[in-house]
Design a protein around this ligand. Structure first.
Ligand SMILES: [Zn+2]
Length: 252
């Protein structure tokens, strides 16, 4: 089926939904999306709102995203303690801190609905991450990148050109690599293939951060993508379609 061959989703890393200027920009994008029945996945990092004392505002806004049909995923940075802004922030990738940050954000998001998808802050994939996601029954993770996206710390990076599955006991966790920034999507809209699927099957996952909408160029690019790219699925729908298309296929 056509929908199984062309799988593309929009991932919005949502860190500052509690800031009114960010919300205003997001709202105008959401209005266009809703008129065109476009759904996206908002990977929410709730801890910034908590530290800023604006968590109820964030909760109400994230709930609205969900009511408008978008998927709510989890986005977590592994900073030590409450110092999460430059220049004081320090990344702590000890197993204890990774698990503690994951659990804190997961609990907050569970007040809305348990998230099924995850993306790591700074593309960092510490050893404890995938097992911890599997324990919480996450279906998929988008922290891996195709080589197109080179930003961030290379130390704990996971590079992947196309989706693949990892098994943790009985649980399957799908790794859906993030393949494009907005700019790359506009300039270099290439596709990735899908493993074990017919040759015409193709995949891509475009991302941006909510606070980057405050930059005019990013806001315009995001508007162009929602208007003209044909992207309308959530990452969760893409993950489900891959599982369907593969119909219990072999591991890849
Ligand atoms: Zn982020």
């Amino acid at each position: 089926m056509e929908r199984d061959r062309t799988l593309q989703a929009l991932a919005i890393h949502t860190e500052r939904i509690h800031d009114d200027p960010v919300w205003a920009r997001l709202r105008s994008l959401l209005d266009v999306m809703s008129r065109r029945s476009i759904r996206a996945t908002f990977f929410v990092y709730p801890f910034r709102a908590i530290v800023a004392g604006r968590e109820e505002v964030a909760l109400e806004r994230v709930n609205r995203l969900r009511e408008e049909g978008h998927e709510i995923g989890q986005h977590t940075h592994f900073y030590a303690g409450e110092a999460i802004e430059k220049p004081n922030k320090v990344v702590d990738l000890s197993d204890d801190n990774v698990r503690c940050c994951l659990e804190r954000d997961y609990r907050w998001l569970k007040r809305i609905a348990p998230p099924r998808g995850f993306t790591s802050g700074g593309w960092i994939v510490p050893e404890a991450l995938y097992p911890a996601l599997a324990e919480r029954a996450f279906d998929y993770d988008c922290s891996s990148r195709s080589l197109v996206i080179k930003a961030g710390d290379a130390g704990y990076a996971a590079w992947l050109e196309r989706p693949e599955v990892r098994r943790f006991g009985e649980h399957s966790l799908w790794l859906l690599p993030t393949t494009h920034t907005l700019k790359q999507m506009l300039r270099l809209p290439r596709w990735a293939g899908l493993p074990g699927a017919p040759r015409r099957a193709r995949y891509r996952l475009v991302y941006f951060h909510d606070y980057d909408l405050l930059r005019w160029a990013v806001y315009v690019a995001a508007m162009q993508i929602v208007r003209f790219s044909g992207i309308r699925m959530t990452c969760g729908q893409v993950a489900a379609a891959i599982v369907d298309a593969k119909g219990g296929l072999n591991d890849c």
